[in-house]
Write a protein that binds this ligand. Structure first.
Ligand code: WTA
Length: 631
């Protein structure tokens, strides 16, 4: 019997939306439970509690479930460094390490419900640390190792973490990044921290203070088996800080059962995981893609994953292809930014590798330009691998829009994130929340809760409600523009708010502005994004100096260093312009859209609501001058 493309997916999606509780209840049977749930969903808008009454443990779902099967001795993680060293950990070895570290953390008096910050390089011990926390019911908060001390301090203090797990260093582009030093700089401002656990990665001589302990020493002393702490379905598995429209990053809080069910199902549908798969996800675990599709989803499925620790273009702009060939990757999941970078170097580099093991190519994090999509499909996939464009967010926990090759084949459209995955009720609406006609730009919304949905923002239910559930009555607002075409395919059209996507990294303009004004010479600042051919967006800053301070090249350089030091190198501004005034509305709000137009070199629209007609001219003049100056 022949089935038309997409018919089966349509059927599954229809059934899922007609009775979501039945549908997700069925999906939940794929997890390992200590005690089954009483109800699939308790929905007290805007708070969803999935699988209430259930008891489980995330590390059991990722590890123990495999230990009594022949997956036990299979490679779980194959790690590869920039320098070309490799290391493989089997499921059993990973399980042993997690158990020992879990006991070691208990010995440091970490208990269920405590928060633990993980500030580590991309080594297998990073997932070990996350799973060890999960095993004892502690909530992990991974901080991207490219963040600097102020960003670390803010995140540690907000979560009130008891312990920080870090390393003696991280290697990036051949240089050592002294993570321990960043932690040491943060400690005087982080009173909740009782211990710092240091993993030896780089052989960097670090000074050990009274609170510091070596990872290898505490693990050596710890017992080899740790009984997993069974937690309630909504027990917070982790907090992950992400940027929004306010100055301070938000602590997105994910629960255990709903999150894992969402990941298990989406990995099966989207990546169509097979036992023989070698999954290469290039995300850093410091971001949500790494949490969901490098740690929890592949391990639950028992596949082998590749973990690459380094830059995509160091020592040569061939690393992803070299690693994919060396370890026989079958699925590659990466970002449009990385693909744009590789595309610039031409086809001969990827063509010099045997990439015939690949069967599926995924992308995430930003819209993918159709020409980049085409390149990915032709040069990398040799027209034999479907391209899976997945749209989702830190807050959604897992993939929300994507093709689902594990269910059915649907025709691909380059640049579209395809369709909502089964059980996800997404739509495009206008300002008043009414669904718009096909082909009309509007706001993407999700009209019903889904299992991977964030529980709340850490310690701030009100902000959670205001950020996501107040823009449109009864609907989740992700902050993205989108349109649906006549076939229902969704096309993402960029952020509708003040969030930038720089090389796929999410950064809030307000967060960067506070970093600028934390410099002693700066009175005011405004940050905007400018389209960038490789990074997607780049950071453009306009700053007003304090009375008596002159803008200069030296100050500009100092400001760039200041941002790199306080936020991190990912937030390096491309340009900093000194201006006398910022364009503001009559009520004193910075005119962001206007700034963005100036930064992007677009035509400037209506300026009638400007506080002072001169300000815009001033900004424009300064911009023109500087543009000339930088050539
Ligand atoms: C953007 C990353 C277009 C979007 C998993 C979203 C995308 C934000 C796509 C979340 C995609 C993510 N096409 N845009 N396939 N995937 N985005 O929290 O603006 O770092 O709201 O999560 O990235 O970024 P976050």
């Amino acid at each position: 019997m022949s089935v038309q493309p997409g018919r089966l997916l349509e059927k599954v999606s229809k059934e899922a939306l007609s009775d979501p509780e039945k549908f997700w209840g069925e999906q939940a049977k794929s997890l390992v439970w200590e005690r089954q749930w009483d109800s699939v969903l308790e929905w007290k808008p805007p708070f969803a509690r999935w699988f209430s009454g259930g008891l489980l443990n995330a590390s059991v779902n990722c590890l123990d479930r495999h230990i009594s099967t022949d997956t036990k001795n299979k490679a779980a993680i194959t790690w590869e460094s920039e320098a070309g060293e490799s290391r493989t950990l089997t499921y059993y070895q990973l399980y042993r390490q997690v158990n020992r570290l879990a006991n070691a953390l208990k010995d440091l008096s970490v208990q269920k419900g405590d928060r633990v910050t993980i500030y580590m390089p991309m080594v297998p011990e990073l997932p070990v640390a996350m799973l060890a926390c999960a095993r004892i019911g502690a909530t992990h908060s991974v901080v991207f190792s490219g963040f600097s001390s102020q960003a670390l301090v803010d995140r540690v203090n907000d979560a009130k973490s008891k312990v920080i797990l870090t390393a003696d260093g991280s290697m990036r582009k051949g240089k050592l990044i002294d993570l321990k030093k960043v932690v040491d700089e943060s400690l005087p401002q982080a009173p909740s921290v009782e211990h710092v656990v240091v993993f030896r990665r780089a052989g960097n001589p670090v000074s050990m203070g009274p609170r510091d302990v070596w990872w290898h020493e505490i693990v050596e002393r710890a017992a080899p088996y740790c009984k997993p702490e069974m937690v309630a379905s909504s027990h917070p598995l982790y907090i992950l800080y992400t940027s929004g429209t306010t100055g301070k990053p938000k602590g997105v809080m994910h629960g255990t059962a709903g999150y894992l069910v969402h990941l298990y199902s989406t990995a099966k549908w989207v990546f169509d995981f097979q036992r023989s798969d070698i999954f290469f996800c290039t995300a850093d675990i410091g971001w949500v893609t790494g949490h969901s599709y490098m740690v929890y989803a592949p391990l639950m499925h028992g596949v082998t994953e590749i973990m690459y620790d380094g830059a995509p273009d160091y020592p040569k702009p061939d690393r992803y292809w070299a690693v994919a060939e060396k370890h026989g990757a079958t699925i590659l999941y990466t970002t449009p930014t990385a693909l744009r970078m590789y595309m610039k170097y031409g086809d001969s580099i990827p063509n010099s590798f045997d990439l015939s093991s690949l069967r599926l190519l995924g992308t995430v994090g930003e819209p993918i330009n159709p020409e980049v999509w085409q390149w990915y499909f032709t040069t990398i996939g040799k027209e034999a691998c479907p391209i899976i464009d997945t749209w989702w967010q830190t807050e959604t926990g897992g993939i929300m829009l994507s093709a689902c090759t594990g269910i059915d084949f649907v025709p691909m459209k380059p640049g579209s994130a395809t369709l909502p995955v089964p059980g996800v009720d997404a739509a495009v609406v206008d300002e008043s929340g009414r669904q718009v006609a096909p082909g009309t730009k509007g706001y993407l919304v999700v009209r019903r809760p889904w299992p991977g949905m964030l529980l709340s923002l850490w310690g701030d239910d009100e902000k959670y409600r205001n950020t996501y559930w107040s823009r449109f009555e009864g609907m989740y607002y992700p902050g993205d523009y989108a349109l649906a075409d006549k076939d229902g395919y969704l096309w993402l059209l960029g952020r509708a708010d003040d969030v930038l996507k720089v090389a796929g990294h999410r950064l809030g303009t307000m967060e960067l502005e506070s970093a600028f004004v934390s410099h002693r010479d700066i009175a005011e600042s405004a940050v905007a994004g400018r389209p960038d051919a490789t990074k997607g967006e780049s950071i453009i800053a306009f700053v007003v100096t304090k009375e008596g301070i002159e803008g200069s090249d030296a100050l500009r350089k100092e400001l760039v260093d200041h941002i790199r030091r306080t936020v991190g190198p990912i937030a390096t501004p491309d340009e900093v312009y000194f201006v006398g005034k910022l364009p503001k509305t009559r009520s004193g709000k910075i005119m962001r859209r206007l700034l963005k137009s100036i930064a992007s070199g677009d035509k400037i629209g209506d300026v009638t609501t400007l506080e002072d007609g001169a300000a815009i001219d001033e900004v424009k003049r300064a911009y023109e001058e500087l543009k000339k100056a930088v050539g």
